[in-house]
Write a protein that binds this ligand. Structure first.
Ligand SMILES: CC(C)(COP(=O)(O)OP(=O)(O)OC[C@H]1O[C@@H](n2cnc3c(N)ncnc32)[C@H](O)[C@@H]1OP(=O)(O)O)[C@@H](O)C(=O)NCCC(=O)NCCS
Length: 179
């Protein structure tokens, strides 16, 4: 773990490839032990490529935040405005308007260092600034570290959902934070 200074800013299109690299390095850490390398690779190439980040970075419903330490991107978060697409999740979340924290990933060398806290505080500040009633997210049911991190920031579980990784279906908790 490092404790070097970190800044959090909105990412731009020029960050797409660097964000994709961080995403590919950190996504496997959020997967349950039974996730296969092949399924994880499918997800990374379908959802976390530089091209996909280019789409996220130009999507008016999304904001990508980058955490930078020593001139390198060491973590990122993505906010997505809008009602959850799954009606059961929307019912469980039950907040209007609401923002999803759809990604929150930090390189392992920076876990426990304050980078994730800086990202979360920036994400919550942005969500409040646009008038959201609260935020929600999905987290794998085996990802105890992330669940503890979210609980420390005031999130509580309100339901469950599934999440496709390649050809596998993973089980998530739905957590929300009401402002
Ligand atoms: C989730 C993530 C952003 C949290 O950031 P972090 O810097 O690790 O968070 P923190 O260290 O502040 O908090 C994690 C908590 O889990 C605890 N923890 C660490 N490892 C743990 C484990 N194996 N089991 C249970 N708890 C664990 C820590 O002690 C800490 O709790 P504490 O502050 O009460 O001691 C970061 O771990 C990460 O990027 N993980 C990989 C990607 C991921 O899972 N993203 C979330 C997808 S939903």
């Amino acid at each position: 773990m490092s404790n070097i200074p970190v800044t959090v800013d909105r990412a731009g299109l020029w960050d797409a490839e660097a964000l994709s690299d961080v995403a590919a390095a950190t996504f496997p850490l959020a997967c349950p032990p039974n996730a296969t390398v092949d399924d994880i690779d499918i997800f990374i190439s379908d959802v976390l490529s530089g091209e996909r980040f280019g789409e996220y970075l130009t999507d008016p419903t999304r904001t990508v935040l980058k955490a930078v330490a020593d001139d390198d991107i060491v973590g990122y978060a993505m906010l997505h405005v809008g009602v959850p697409a799954d009606p059961e999740v929307a019912e469980a979340v039950n907040l209007h308007p609401v923002i999803e924290i759809s990604k929150m990933y930090v390189l392992p060398g920076h876990h426990g260092s304050g980078v994730s806290k800086a990202l979360m505080l920036a994400a919550l500040q942005r969500a409040r600034a646009v008038g959201a009633a609260g935020v929600w997210l999905g987290v794998n049911q085996d990802n105890i570290r992330a669940q503890r991190f979210y609980a420390k920031h005031g999130f509580t579980p309100v339901g469950t959902k599934t999440f496709h990784v390649g050809n596998q279906l993973h089980n998530d908790f739905v957590m929300r934070l009401v402002f």
